[in-house]
Design a binder for this molecule. Structure first.
Ligand SMILES: [Zn+2]
Length: 335
């Protein structure tokens, strides 16, 4: 890359501000120094904000491709969107060896239970967390924790978890069932792992890797020893695990907000809002759109629009196919 390449500066809304002769010049002009002169070129390449601005090597009136704002919808109240993460215990069991072991269920001494959880409502500053106490850990008694988690899930309209569909939701349900609790009121699920697997080809789909790669964030270090110590009820270990779990919910929220425009079949937030005649983004409830071509199915065509807040795509439900055209269009046989 030539150091002389021009660079263009955009405000937080993506509006063009001005151009600079090079990244180095833009860096110094916006208060940077010698040590961080590559920051703006990284921001150009990655679509990151730097010093409160967006940067690009391309000039355009409005920078749309990097738009992924994280602001809550001002006009509307969001449905109850719960971000959560659980930590389960290890399973204690008998084994003859340690290599390539297959353990029958009747060799289980003590089955897994939920050590604790962290949860937060989207955009809320408070992170809720509940972990077993020293005595509860020794007794493998997660009833109090599970009951608190049930209350949150019962209140949620939508839940967000990484691998939630296969792990967090199913594990949680297992404990509800164990304690003879009823099913929480219906909620929809957003599994961030499902989207990353379906849409991208990352080297790893672990949240740890994804947030490091995309957000420059790190999860706290953990080890098997930490899990063993938690099961023995070590207060320091349980406190560390809780801190680790809280951080997980916070970074998951950040990752979800980056990801949401890409989520296919994202629960339609508009459904939760009373009729007011305003078109709202199904992903984030904002109301400013840009035309984005057409969404075409095998027999129909709709106007596609892009939300200028989250970057998500949606289409209007009114067909662009006229009655006459409809009569001329054939449909493929299903079998
Ligand atoms: Zn949106």
């Amino acid at each position: 890359m030539s150091k002389k390449q021009k660079v263009y500066q955009y405000d937080g809304e993506g509006n063009f501000i001005q151009e600079y002769e090079s990244c180095t010049k833009a860096n110094f002009a916006t208060g940077g120094n010698k040590d961080n002169r590559s920051k703006i070129s990284r921001a150009c390449k990655r679509g990151w904000k730097c010093r409160g601005f967006y940067w690009s090597y391309q000039k355009s009136e409005k920078l749309l491709k990097y738009q992924n704002q994280v602001t809550p919808p001002g006009t509307f109240t969001l449905p109850n969107i719960l971000i959560f993460d659980i930590e389960t215990s290890l399973i204690k069991c008998y084994t003859f060896g340690i290599w390539d072991v297959n353990i029958a269920h009747d060799n289980i001494i003590q089955d897994w239970f939920i050590l604790g959880y962290s949860a937060k409502w989207l955009f809320d500053s408070e992170v809720m967390a509940e972990f077993v106490t020293h005595e509860e850990a020794i007794e493998a008694d997660d009833k109090r924790v599970v009951e608190k988690l049930w209350t949150l899930l019962d209140k949620a309209d939508i839940v967000i978890a990484h691998n939630g569909d296969k792990f967090d939701i199913k594990k949680t349900n297992t404990r509800f069932f164990y304690y003879n609790m009823v099913k929480p009121s219906p909620y929809q699920s957003i599994d961030t792992l499902k989207t990353t697997k379906a849409v991208f080809a990352h080297t790893s789909n672990k949240l740890d890797y994804l947030v490091k790669f995309h957000l420059d964030k790190c999860k706290d270090e953990t080890s098997m020893k930490l899990w063993r110590d938690c099961m023995c009820g070590c207060p320091d270990s349980l406190a560390y695990m809780e801190k680790y779990c809280i951080k997980d919910s916070l970074i998951l929220e950040e990752f979800y907000l980056k990801l949401r425009g890409w989520i296919k079949n994202h629960p339609n937030l508009g459904i939760h809002i009373d009729d007011d005649g305003i078109i709202k983004c199904n992903h984030c409830l904002h109301q400013v759109f840009q035309s984005a071509g057409y969404y075409v199915t095998s027999v129909n065509k709709y106007k596609s629009i892009r939300c200028l807040n989250c970057g998500g795509l949606a289409h209007l439900r009114k067909s662009e196919i006229t009655v006459n055209q409809k009569a001329q269009i054939l449909a493929s046989n299903a079998r």
